[in-house]
Write a protein that binds this ligand. Structure first.
Ligand code: URA
Ligand code: SF4
Length: 227
């Protein structure tokens, strides 16, 4: 599978340096590119900094730190989980515990590098004892995820587990019935595929086969997009 690379990444891969004379039209183009690209990552960084001091819901009181999400700001794939666990709360990074290791392996199985996707959660702070997020916490945190999706504009969203799927798609259908289908998110109609949460797969390894089918569905769908 080929993932879309920016023109610069192609040129880098081919070992081609681009030298542009000052004042030429190509140089103006380069400047325009920089002007257009810089604010996007700046906006994501700004949002991260806003989130880091957020006190919009009760979960701020028990956290070590917020877990904003991590990965490429230009990712084609966005993965959305539930909320940070103990290890994520400690490290400030999403999916770094046991479930995270499985997630990394799942991504690798379809040729995706963790660094090339963007991984986020419905909630940015850890619920005590990893209890389910409450409706008011999800509502308080909702804008951050919406804005992340708006900035990154992924071509494929993978919702991991019931909490992510139901909240993202405003549905109360059980996860077993949501998986294996294609949904769309927002005005941009970004394709969404739902699959089991890796923590659930650790407890129920027999479901890994279905999860593999979900990943295949997402890959087929992604290949069909104009990337
Ligand atoms: N589970 C999640 O849903 N998200 C994480 O970041 C880690 C575990
Ligand atoms: Fe703010 Fe979200 Fe953390 Fe609640 S969970 S304090 S809304 S960042």
């Amino acid at each position: 599978m080929t993932l879309s690379l920016s023109q610069k990444e192609y040129l880098d891969l081919m070992g081609i340096d681009v030298w542009v004379a000052r004042g030429s039209s190509a140089s103006n183009e380069m400047q325009e590119m920089e002007v257009n690209e810089f604010p996007a990552s700046q906006t994501l960084n700004e949002l991260k900094s806003t989130v880091s001091t957020c006190t919009k819901c009760r979960l701020h009181a028990g956290r070590i730190q917020t877990v904003f999400g991590a990965g490429s700001h230009e990712a084609d794939w966005m993965l959305i989980g539930e909320a940070p666990g103990a290890e994520e709360d400690k490290q400030g990074m999403p999916f770094v515990g046991r479930a995270g290791k499985l997630l990394t392996a799942m991504l690798a199985s379809i040729g995706l590098d963790r660094e090339k996707v963007f991984i986020a959660n419905i909630l940015k702070c850890r619920p005590p004892n990893n209890r389910d997020p409450s409706a008011d916490e999800v509502l308080a945190c909702d804008d951050y995820l919406k804005t992340q999706i708006k900035i990154i504009q992924p071509k494929m969203i993978l919702a991991l587990g019931r909490i992510a799927a139901q909240n993202l798609l405003k549905s109360d259908v059980p996860i077993g019935k949501m998986r294996g289908k294609i949904y769309q998110y927002g005005e941009a109609e970004i394709p969404v595929v739902v699959t089991y949460h890796p923590a659930y797969l650790l407890r129920s390894p027999r479901e890994k086969r279905k999860s593999w089918q979900d990943l295949q569905l997402a890959v087929q769908l992604y290949k069909g997009t104009d990337n």
